[in-house]
Design a protein. Structure first.
Length: 179
């Protein structure tokens, strides 16, 4: 088996990254703000059923630059639209853990749309009666056990985060010859 390694110029990298397509899970809901951001920035979007996560990315085939087929990034972002949704997911332990087991095979980020979300967890400012210390313990245990990180941010920054997360991940993979 021959492995081909490309050293892309900055111009070629830019062309490839400009062609990046954000994959959106077909089951993803209440994400109009994310789609609006991506469309405003003229980022291509593809709706596709995903086994893990709500968002990923791909680079389309480009024979001219040595990309002989569509390349799907082996990474995902799971979006929760607030702390209450996160708490519900953690309470539904077996279903959530099964998703984390699938996700642990590749880079995975849990994105919670609530800038004050971590503080709300610490102070028990959510609908569930889940004890704050137990909730934080479960979340942090899952992060360590399944190798992901949780990011709390404002919903108006979600589209930006998703795009730049995959943009720079793909850039580093291309620069390192790992794609």
């Amino acid at each position: 088996m021959t492995i081909i390694h490309y050293n892309y110029s900055e111009t070629e990298l830019k062309e490839i990254l400009d062609s990046m397509i954000i994959i959106v899970d077909t089951r993803e809901q209440k994400n109009q703000h994310v789609l609006d951001y991506l469309r405003k920035k003229k980022v291509a979007i593809k709706f596709k059923g995903m086994k893990t996560g709500d968002y990923s990315a791909m680079i389309p085939k480009n024979d001219e630059l040595g990309i002989s087929r569509d390349m799907y990034l082996n990474a995902a972002i799971e979006r929760k639209n607030g702390v209450d949704e996160l708490v519900q997911s953690i309470k539904d332990r077996s279903r959530f853990e099964n998703e984390l087991i699938r996700a642990s095979r590749h880079p995975f980020t849990l994105l919670v749309e609530d800038l004050e979300g971590y503080q709300k967890i610490l102070n028990g400012k959510y609908r569930s009666k889940y004890e704050p210390k137990a909730l934080l313990g479960s979340l942090k245990t899952f992060e360590v056990r399944y190798g992901f990180s949780t990011v709390f941010l404002s919903p108006n920054a979600t589209g930006n985060y998703i795009y730049h997360h995959f943009h720079y991940m793909t850039r580093e993979l291309l620069k390192g010859g790992l794609v």
